[in-house]
Each structure stands twice: as structure tokens, then as C-alpha cells.
Design a protein around this ligand. Structure first.
Ligand SMILES: Cc1ncc(COP(=O)(O)O)c(C=O)c1O
Length: 396
């Protein structure tokens, strides 16, 4: 599934596009390595994610650092790597203050210049959940054009220690349509063209991620559908002002479908309808509690009997009589009422039965917490050649 998704993105954004996997979706080194084997670099937001990308075997020149929460330590590490002759591909700057701080750090390294992008807030209305609409004008992410100009100046201008290479953009996650993305890319191309006039090195546009993964039956634009918007957007930019280096940084689309969260039934009750409580919930998969995201749930066993003989959960109908399925409210085990996974059609269940929660390869384990004193979930990888391997052990 991961290979299929990676191929889809590669065909939509073929070379010379730079494809940077957004590691925040799933930061297990073996997963990063699997994505990288399909022609992807890594996009990281912290020294921790950077270390995971290195552990996956990626060299710094295939890694980009962005994020609103970069610490002075992260910035120092980026400057140090450049001084040691193994610079990151670029660092994306979030504010004039951050540009000034990084310039000061780089100055201390003597003789070092760092390639940087500047993150634009595109001020659009992304077709997604409010919590994922980071390209909205009021969001905390990215800069206005005025702030961006101040940031370039704080980085030392065209010949500064921060070498301005272009614009970084991310419209939002789970984009349900291409319209806001198209508006944002148009805006970013215009801003980049303006700067290209005075800064020769300003040659890059990174359009971010956001390709959606919805439940079966919910229409979703594919990466190819997004890519189809690009020629007409680039065409109107004068040829000598167009970016010559384009990048994309998807996360969810590459890994969400490849991951399943397996949970066991703890309690079955009648609450004016059937209710089951699982042993996995918001500590392993916070998205439903955080912003009402919906993940399909498939039964693996019913009353102790297996429903699927295959090695992975199958979307094919299970062998229990469909008549036996009934709407079931599925709850998590955490001491919070919002720890709920919604209503799903499930067969008869009893304590100990297993279910598989779908689309859990992205923003599940990477957002896990130890709330209620629970250990973080282990991650097991299934590969057609290597069989089952432990990607990350259970962490207390
Ligand atoms: C800057 C940036 N790029 C890329 C991504 C990846 O987004 P997605 O997983 O929706 O493709 C994110 C996700 O939050 C992001 O913030």
C-alpha cells in the first residue's frame, strides 16, 4: 500500500520535482526508509525527526527542516551541519525573529551560508477541518508578504548568510478540493516571481503536502488532480521569473492507508444501542477526539472466532452473516468522554475480540501520548519480502 501511494505521488510529481516525505506523519525510521526507497527525501520539524531521517539512511542533503516550533538547539544543529560540510537541503523560516536568530547562529560558525526558504501564509480558505486549515489568514503558520520581506532582510538580504532560495507553502491537511491549493500556489508563484527579480538565488517553490485520505466512498482529489492545476498557474509567470526547483512534501497520503491500529474489546454494553469499549483510543489515535476525524473499523474476530484468514485486515466482506452486524458506538479506554471513535457497523463482540482501525499509518503513533500512564504503542511492519519486523517497540 505504501509503495502504491509513493508511486502515485511520483507519477503526479515526477523528477525533477523534489519529493520530501513529511516525517511528522510517521517517524519510524523503517517507514521513512521505505518511503525514501521510492525516491523521496525527508521533511522534518525538529532534531528528533531529523535524527529519525538520518537513522533511516538519508543524508542531510536530502533532508529539509521546517516547522513553527524550531528551537535554538535545532537552529544550531542546522548551522553546525553546514559548517561540517554536510548541510541540510534547506531550512524553512517561519518569522523575521527566527531569521534573525538563525543568522546570528550562522555568523558564529564563520564562512558558512545556509540555504533557506521563507514560509508564506497564503491567506486562503482551505477545504478541510478548521484544525487542519493552516493556510488560513488567521492561522499561526507562515508569514504575510510584509513579514516575509522583513525576514529576508533579517537573513541578510540577497547576499546574506541565509541564502534566500524561495518560498515554502502548506495549505492544510486532508484537502477536500483543489481550489484553495490552486489559489495558494498562484499567490506563492507571484511572490516568488517578485523576489526572483531582485534575488537571483530565489529559485525554489515548495508547495507542501495535504493530499487527502478519506473513507471509501468519500470523493477525494488525488495527487494527480492537484498536479493538473500547475501548468496553467506557471504559464502566466514570465519565464525568467519562474521557479526552477519545485518541491512537494506529502505525509498522510504516503502512509495513512498502510497502517492499521489493532485493538481488543474490553467491555460490551447496552446503552440504548450497543456500545463497546476498546483497549486503544485517543492515546494511540487522537484524531477522532481532537477534531472528529473518522476512521473505519473492521472486525477481526467475532465471539472469539476469526473473520479473516488473510495476513492483513481485508476490506472484502467478512464471513460473519451481514445480518448480524449492527450499529455500535465504539469508545476508547481513556478517562475522557471525548475518547470516542464513533458509530460503526460491527458483528457480535465480546471481551477479547479484536478489531482493526483503518488509515492509522499517519498521525496516529506519531501523535501518541502516555496519558493515563499508558505506554506508547509498538509498531510492527509487514513487508512482502521480509515478513513481519518490529519498527518500534512499545515505549513506556
Ligand atoms: C509544512 C507541512 N508540510 C507538509 C505537511 C504534510 O501534510 P499531509 O500529511 O497532509 O500531506 C504538513 C502537515 O501538517 C505541514 O505542516
Amino acid at each position: 500500500m505504501l509503495a502504491e501511494a509513493a508511486t502515485h505521488v511520483r507519477l503526479a510529481f515526477p523528477d525533477p520535482w523534489l519529493r520530501q516525505y513529511s516525517v511528522k506523519a510517521n517517524d519510524v525510521p523503517a517507514v521513512i526508509a521505505a518511503v525514501a526507497s521510492h525516491g523521496f527525501g525527508a521533511n522534518v520539524v525538529s532534531s528528533g525527526e531529523w535524527a529519525a531521517a538520518r537513522k533511516a539512511g538519508l543524508p542531510n542533503d536530502r533532508i529539509t527542516l521546517e516547522g513553527i516550533g524550531k528551537t535554538p538547539g535545532d537552529l544550531r544543529a542546522a548551522a553546525r551541519a553546514a559548517r561540517e560540510g554536510r548541510p541540510l537541503r534547506w531550512v524553512a523560516i517561519e518569522s523575521p525573529e527566527e531569521a534573525a536568530a538563525l543568522a546570528t547562529i550562522v555568523r558564529r560558525q564563520r564562512g558558512v551560508r545556509l540555504d533557506v526558504l521563507y514560509r508564506l501564509n497564503p491567506d486562503v480558505v482551505p477545504e478541510t477541518l478548521a484544525g487542519l486549515a493552516v493556510g488560513a489568514g488567521a492561522s499561526k503558520f507562515g508569514m504575510t508578504e510584509t513579514e516575509l520581506a522583513s525576514a529576508i532582510e533579517a537573513g541578510g538580504g540577497p547576499d546574506g548568510l541565509l541564502r534566500p532560495r524561495g518560498i515554502h507553502l502548506h495549505v492544510g491537511s486532508q484537502l477536500g478540493a483543489v481550489d484553495a491549493w490552486r489559489d495558494a500556489v498562484r499567490r506563492a508563484l507571484a511572490v516568488a516571481a517578485l523576489w526572483r527579480g531582485s534575488i537571483e538565488s530565489f529559485d525554489t517553490l515548495d508547495v507542501g503536502g495535504g493530499f487527502p485520505v478519506f473513507e471509501a466512498g468519500v470523493p477525494a482529489p488525488t495527487p494527480a488532480r492537484f498536479a493538473r492545476e500547475l501548468p496553467q498557474l506557471v504559464e502566466v509567470v514570465p519565464p525568467d521569473r519562474r521557479p526552477t526547483r519545485l518541491a512537494v512534501e506529502p505525509g498522510r497520503f504516503l502512509v495513512a492507508r498502510a497502517g492499521w491500529l489493532v485493538a481488543r474489546v474490553l467491555h460490551v454494553r447496552d446503552r440504548g444501542g450497543r456500545q463497546v469499549v476498546l483497549d486503544a483510543g485517543m492515546t494511540e489515535l487522537v484524531r477522532p477526539a481532537l477534531y472528529g476525524a473518522r476512521h473505519p473499523i473492521l472486525p477481526l474476530t467475532s465471539l472469539g472466532k476469526s473473520l479473516d484468514d488473510g495476513p492483513t485486515p481485508s476490506l472484502a466482506p467478512v464471513t460473519a452473516s451481514p445480518a448480524a452486524f449492527e450499529p455500535t458506538r465504539v469508545e476508547g479506554p481513556i478517562c475522557e468522554s471525548t475518547d470516542s471513535l464513533g458509530v460503526h457497523d460491527l458483528p457480535p463482540l465480546r471481551r477479547g475480540d479484536l478489531v482493526a482501525i483503518a488509515d492509522a499509518g499517519a498521525y496516529a503513533a506519531s501523535q501518541s501520548s502516555t496519558y493515563n500512564g499508558r505506554p506508547r504503542p509498538p509498531q510492527v511492519l509487514l513487508d512482502s519480502r521480509r515478513g513481519l519486523t518490529l519498527g518500534r517497540r512499545r515505549l513506556a
